[in-house]
Design a binder for this molecule. Sequence first.
Ligand code: NAI
Length: 261
Amino acid sequence: MTLPLDLTGKTALVTGGASGIGLACAQRLAAAGARVVLADRNAALAQERAAELDGEALVLDVGDEAAVAAAAAQWHARHGAVDILVNSAGVLQRTLPPGQLTLKEWDFVAHIDLRGTYLCCAAFGQEMAHQHKGAIVNIASVAGMRSGPLHSYGPAKAGVISLTENLAGEWGRSGVRINCVSPGFTQTPALEKGFSTATLHEDALVQSAALGRLVRADEIANAVVFLASDWASAITGVNLVVDAGYLVATPWHAYGGLRSP
Ligand code: NAI
């Protein structure tokens, strides 16, 4: 299914664009006519994927303040503000209890997932605000909305939701919209790694969703592209959950589980 969205003439920068949800977003944005820039720390993959989309690769570690500032300054000097920014760069976390989860790992996850999202929003969003245009979509997570054994990832993603609301207020009068999408368990290389290391169990996740399945990365991309487009012209500061009904199904466990048809 393709939404009749026309993003011809727009530039879209997607962090984490070399894989998974970010790549699916870049593919959908390119299909809608946007010129895509894949900003990722994985240089080889970013270049390969960007070439497939007739786009550009930008080698970037989103947690590196100086690198993000330099990349944004160079981009703005050459092209002006990007029209669309999607912040999908992120890392998942091992499900360790406090005591086993080292502060080094806690910091690493928060550094990329929250700080990195903020750095990119700040660096690219300010120029959008100066030029009175633009839409930002951050990738948060259902893990930022409910309890779980993710003591850095969960708070980092809750922070992304809060950050999105704050910046929507900050830049609304400057014509910049900023929203987030909270995916449920989505089929990506990161999730596959979770299955292969037995951190996550596919059957349990499928059973936990009202729709009885995982989410596909292109289904996240559909929501992202909608929020980034003029179809969402009056929407800012929202957190759109795309989770195949994971959040609504979970309380049913207290009543014996979802009913079979
Ligand atoms: P993925 O591992 O397939 O892709 C992540 C991409 O981000 C990779 O290309 C990686 O190189 C890049 N990246 C990682 N750290 C980076 C950094 N410091 N600077 C620049 N690029 C960096 O992962 P996936 O599953 O596509 O995740 C994308 C986003 O979606 C993440 O923010 C993740 O937290 C979020 N998410 C994923 C869910 C899932 O079930 N897959 C569920 C909820 C949220």
